[in-house]
Write a protein that binds this ligand. Structure first.
Ligand SMILES: C[S@@+](CC[C@H](N)C(=O)[O-])C[C@H]1O[C@@H](n2cnc3c(N)ncnc32)[C@H](O)[C@@H]1O
Length: 398
């Protein structure tokens, strides 16, 4: 029988030290972590907006944060003005830290000048791949508008029953029209990189992946194990998620795949929407390059910034501002080092929507569709042409 790795994963995350706001000098992946956080912020913000459009502005929104860890997304839930969150994770220490963080946010919120209504929260320590969470909610009949599983879904592909339980947890309590979103490694990208290497290993100075499953040429649908190391954050066995299979399994819960987007593409598609670009700056999700005004462009010295350096050199060559102005305010760009970009682009974003309630057989219809249909009916009304155009022409009621 295959060894059970959930204990190893829980131990790893329980032992992971809390780090404060570190800088590039302390963490080689400072900007990558912020970049990943930006992707989550955009995904969560967009989905909450979509839910509001579907439900109506003033309706409460309930969220299930699966594998919530230490509560890295609590502030996103606050910003998204949700009304309730249930956080569940296998690592007890992380769940405790998540609850403390929630209480701190609650206290800080009370002291804020512009007090905003805070969401309520429930915290559950459980293996989401083996335990039915519904039985652990304070109200087992509760419904969610959104289930979110960030950087964690791949752990459930250890075995079929585990993937099934995780999907059941994500989907069974979703409202019709509700969403299941997440970020997870892109198994196609991982296999592509591994196949390009002679020793089934890939990586650079910030991440490494080595295949540890049984048949490299034909990895199993479940339990296709690889070891993933990301500088100071992750050092765990993980499992390839074969997406067509996930899509099929999700159908069993009435879910439809809306999108599956690699991080690089997601970034390109979203960076210029709404406030996303300014959010990049606020979250320090990209590294300013060159680092300071007097720094030399480093293309010859550091291959990690070679591509960016070329872009900046071209910008400088075409910069026709006065010399003094150029010196005072040199053009810079935001970038990620090549090593961080390679690590970040392993991941993808997925969005599923519940389009069918399996119990009642009811199908999801968007509001827009209903409005279109209403409009269609209106146009067809036979009395339409005879509706008077102004009050004077209204027929007298006798
Ligand atoms: C990379 S962290 C992501 C945490 C959080 N979602 C975030 O984005 O900040 C992965 C999390 O998955 C949790 N996890 C792994 N396997 C799990 C399982 N079987 N059940 C519940 N949580 C699990 C870990 O304990 C850890 O907190």
């Amino acid at each position: 029988m295959a060894e059970d790795l959930t204990g190893t994963v829980a131990k790893h995350y329980n032992e992971l030290q809390e780090t404060g706001l570190d800088t590039r000098s302390q963490s080689r992946i400072f900007y990558l972590r912020n970049f990943n956080n930006w992707i989550k912020s955009v995904l969560i913000g967009d989905t909450l907006q979509q839910i509001r459009e579907n439900k109506g502005e003033n309706q409460g929104i309930s969220v299930l944060d699966l594998c919530s860890g230490k509560g890295g997304d609590l502030l996103k839930w606050k910003k998204g003005k949700i009304s309730k969150v249930v956080c569940a994770d296998i690592a007890g220490t992380s769940v405790e830290q998540c609850e403390s963080r929630y209480n701190e946010i609650l206290e800080r919120n009370k002291r804020e000048r512009y007090f905003t209504e805070m969401f309520t929260a429930e915290f559950i320590t459980a293996d989401c791949t083996k335990t039915r969470l519904r039985a652990m909610y304070k109200d087992p009949s509760m419904k969610f508008d959104l289930a979110s599983c960030q950087f964690s879904f791949h752990y459930c592909f250890e075995s079929f029953p585990q993937a099934q339980t995780m999907l059941q947890n994500a989907c069974e309590c979703l409202e019709l029209g509700g969403y299941f979103i997440g970020t997870t490694p892109n198994s196609y990208e991982i296999m592509k990189r591994l196949r390009e290497s002679p020793d089934k290993k890939c990586g650079n100075e910030v991440y490494s992946i080595s295949y540890d499953g049984e048949d490299f040429n034909k990895p199993g649908l479940f339990g296709a194990k690889y070891n993933f190391h990301l500088e100071g954050v992750v050092d765990c066995p993980e499992f390839l998620v074969y997406f067509p299979l996930l899509e099929k399994m999700a159908e069993e819960y009435g879910m439809k795949l809306i999108s599956r987007t690699p991080f690089a593409q997601y970034f390109k598609e979203n960076v210029d929407k709404g406030e996303n670009r300014s959010l990049l700056g606020k979250m320090q999700a990209l590294e300013p390059y060159p680092a300071d005004r007097d720094a030399k462009l480093v293309s010859d010295l550091d291959s990690d910034y070679a591509a960016t350096s070329e872009v900046v050199k071209n910008m400088h060559a075409n910069d026709d501002r006065p010399e003094e102005e150029k010196r005072r305010r040199p053009q810079r760009v935001g970038t990620l080092s090549k090593a961080e970009w390679e690590a970040g682009t392993i991941y993808l974003v997925f969005v599923f929507q519940k389009v069918l309630d399996k119990q009642t057989g009811k199908k999801w219809q968007t509001k827009k569709k209903e409005e279109e249909e209403e409009c269609h009916v209106n146009l067809k009304r036979p009395s339409e042409e005879s509706i008077p155009q102004s009050a004077e022409k209204l027929p007298k009621v006798t």
